[in-house]
Design a protein around this ligand. Structure first.
Ligand SMILES: Nc1ncnc2c1ncn2[C@@H]1O[C@H](COP(=O)(O)OP(=O)(O)OP(=O)(O)O)[C@@H](O)[C@H]1O
Ligand SMILES: [Mg+2]
Length: 231
């Protein structure tokens, strides 16, 4: 599904080139669940943004299914993003001017889902996330945890093939965090490919594979299989 070849990301100011990602080679098969870990500033969000087509690499090749993402126009990237990807941002990025209901509706509007079906899906997700009572509030009227739940709900509502989640449970109570991880696990079992960034070892263990970033390099690719063989 995803193939990254020698991806590099750097920022230049005046004469200085600062690398954020170095020589990233990564293949993600459809149906897998991958966790990305690493210290603050190691490039996790940058990598997720590139995979999500919200940022472009400075160098290297990216294939999504068979599309050469590194060669596509912004328009095409935006179409691919809207049709295939549900993204949970580290800072949520809910639309301030829209209510919870309207925020949840946007991915369905992008996908041109019809009115009655749209209403049904939003109602179902509101119910599943216990947010029915909050549906007419604006993001700034929600607690941090509620905003995070709303951001997760928005990422899954259109049933994307790929979910990219940047610290999806960072602001949640541990029980709620566990519920979200169980939800991701269930979606993965139903075929959704998931890549999550997490600082939590417990959450990382939901993935079949952990990728560790360190100063922009992939440090190790530890197979969950290896671990289970040792146990
Ligand atoms: N627009 C930019 N210009 C210059 N440097 C940037 C820019 N965006 C990100 N960086 C740098 O890239 C590095 C990686 O940032 P990134 O957000 O990917 O880290 P992260 O691993 O997600 O960290 P955290 O765990 O704190 O979220 C940081 O050192 C950051 O300062
Ligand atoms: Mg980050």
């Amino acid at each position: 599904m995803i193939k990254l070849k020698n991806i590099e990301k750097y920022y230049t100011n005046k004469f200085l080139k600062t690398y954020v990602l170095r020589n990233i080679n990564l293949e993600v098969e459809e149906g897998s669940f991958i966790s990305v870990m690493g210290p603050s500033g190691s490039g996790k969000s940058t990598l997720l943004n590139i995979i999500g087509m919200l940022d472009t690499p400075s160098d290297g090749e990216y294939f999504f299914f068979d599309e050469p993402v590194h060669k596509l126009s912004e328009r095409k990237l935006s179409d691919l993003h809207k049709n295939y990807i549900g993204f949970v941002f580290q800072q949520y990025h809910l639309i301030d001017e829209l209510t919870v209901y309207e925020n949840l509706e946007t991915p369905l509007l992008y996908q041109k889902v019809k009115g009655s079906e749209r209403k049904g899906k939003v109602a179902e997700v509101l119910d599943r996330f216990n947010m029915v009572a909050k549906k007419d509030l604006f993001p700034n009227q929600l607690s941090g945890g509620q905003q995070q739940l709303c951001a997760i709900a928005r990422a899954i509502i259109a049933e994307p093939k790929l979910i990219l989640a940047d610290e999806p449970t960072g602001n949640l109570h541990s029980d709620q965090g566990k519920e979200i991880m169980e939800l991701l696990k269930k979606l993965n079992e139903q075929g959704t490919t998931i890549i999550q960034v997490t600082h939590s070892k417990e959450n990382a263990a939901y993935g079949q594979k952990i990728i560790r970033l360190f100063d922009g390099w992939i440090e190790s690719e530890k197979q969950e299989e290896e671990k289970s063989l040792k146990n």
